[in-house]
Write a protein that binds this ligand. Structure first.
Ligand SMILES: Cc1cc2nc3c(=O)[nH]c(=O)nc-3n(C[C@H](O)[C@H](O)[C@H](O)COP(=O)(O)OP(=O)(O)OC[C@H]3O[C@@H](n4cnc5c(N)ncnc54)[C@H](O)[C@@H]3O)c2cc1C
Length: 381
């Protein structure tokens, strides 16, 4: 019989970070993944660490994003120490560029929104912006500097987190597809896989990304939806790009500072179900946004294209915390922010499992918000 203190379903950045946190707390942890670990959204991400909301629905997430960004330097140090691997963490800020519309008004709104949420953001005159980023294109009409934003390389970060958990004693189990939760009365006592094997645990953490909703007993709490994002990596031999650059149409994330430089460009936001395919329209869209920001990129070689499925939720907020079944905790639905939110998610889940308290208020993200909506709808039907 396989018995652990905690079984985590899903070996992406969220499951991996929670495993890392729990092994530091001396718990016996298993991470189950139906395929090789870290091959889904966490592998596909760009790696921007930006707590700024990308739409009004994401505003309640800002305090959590800020808390997670503040944890990042220590998180990265701990992960790099434990694993001996690098994570590609880079501070230095991001530049937001406005190329269309009433740029002056857009800039004032952007700066006011950030300040209202306690986020650093200053207008950047275009001549200053071009000193910071000499390759910036002529279409830029206004710019702002977001000095606190950072970036990381999600593939190396996730590999390092999992290696750190592994070296601290976590059991990493690829090829284990969880098909159901094992419930006894009102308690979750483990999970069952597609071969009918049971993994017993005092606590089960559901961190299966956009597939969380496919586990029947988890679905009412975690109605996750896949949201496809297409990406490309370019080999750029022109003037190196020093900061994350974003516009209304897309973003560029430089890896390293020397020429030739790899620049990751993204991304589409598509509701096409679980279909993972790269389309000519999707790639055309992200490349044209990239070339508008930095026209020299039109000469860059395309070295890779890929896509991933973000774990979306109906209200665009993550699904975090315990439910009305003992021993069951959720950590999913991180949508566009799972890389940013990994340290704070791991910390909160670790605190809850080990101490039954959390240092931050996470009620807004509790999974029971979905079962309440469901119960209210049934009652009024
Ligand atoms: C194109 C793109 C760009 C992005 N850019 C950024 C960014 O710049 N910054 C940022 O913060 N975030 C970004 N994100 C979002 C981020 O990638 C996700 O929020 C994050 O990776 C979610 O991590 P996860 O561990 O929950 O999910 P995943 O990485 O998808 O991992 C879930 C795991 O669960 C496993 N699994 C599923 N079902 C089962 C089952 N039944 N049994 C066992 N295992 C199962 C899967 O195989 C998978 O390995 C981006 C996402 C995409 C797609």
């Amino acid at each position: 019989m396989k018995t652990f203190d905690v079984v985590i379903v899903g070996g992406g950045i969220i499951g991996g970070s929670i495993a890392f946190e729990l092994t530091v707390r001396n718990l016996r942890v298993a991470v189950l993944d139906r395929q090789e670990l870290m091959h889904e959204a966490s592998w596909a991400a760009a790696g921007m660490l930006s707590p700024a909301p990308d739409c009004p629905a994401a505003i309640p997430l800002v305090p959590l994003g800020r808390a997670s960004l503040a944890l990042y330097p220590k998180f990265v140090d701990a992960v790099e120490d434990a694993s001996g691997l690098r994570t590609g963490f880079r501070a230095g800020g991001a530049v937001e560029v406005i190329c269309h519309g009433d740029a002056g008004r857009e800039l004032s709104t952007l700066v006011a929104l950030h300040h209202g949420l306690g986020l650093a953001c200053e207008p950047l005159p275009l001549d200053e912006a071009r000193k910071m980023e000499p390759a910036l294109g002529r279409d830029a009409r206004a710019a702002a500097f977001l000095p606190d934003e950072c970036s990381v390389e999600p593939r190396t970060l996730t590999a390092a987190v999992l290696a750190g958990a592994d070296s601290a004693g976590a059991a990493l189990c690829p090829g284990v597809e969880v098909t159901s939760l094992v419930l006894e009365a009102n308690k979750c006592v483990g999970v069952k896989n597609s071969k009918g094997e049971i993994f017993h645990a005092a606590q089960v953490v559901l961190a299966a990304g956009c597939w969380s909703s496919q586990i029947p007993e988890a679905a009412p709490y975690a109605p996750t939806l896949p949201v496809r994002g297409q990406m490309a990596a370019l080999r750029h031999c022109g003037t190196p790009i020093r900061h994350v650059l974003r516009s209304e149409r897309g973003y560029l994330v430089p890896r390293g500072v020397d020429s030739p430089q790899v620049v990751v460009v993204g991304s589409t936001i598509e509701n096409v179900g679980y279909e993972k395919c790269i389309t000519s329209g999707g790639i055309e869209k992200i490349l044209s946004a990239a070339n508008e920001l930095v026209p020299e990129l039109a000469k860059a070689e395309i070295i890779e294209t890929w896509c991933g499925l973000r774990p979306g939720t109906p209200d665009q907020l993550p699904i975090l915390g315990p439910v009305d079944v003992d021993g069951l905790v959720f950590a999913t639905g991180h949508y566009r922010n799972g890389i940013l939110l990994a340290p704070v998610t791991a910390k909160l889940i670790g605190e809850w499992i080990a101490e039954r308290r959390t240092s931050l208020d996470w009620d807004a993200f509790n999974p029971l918000r979905f079962t309440k909506i469901h119960a209210d709808r049934s009652a009024s039907a």
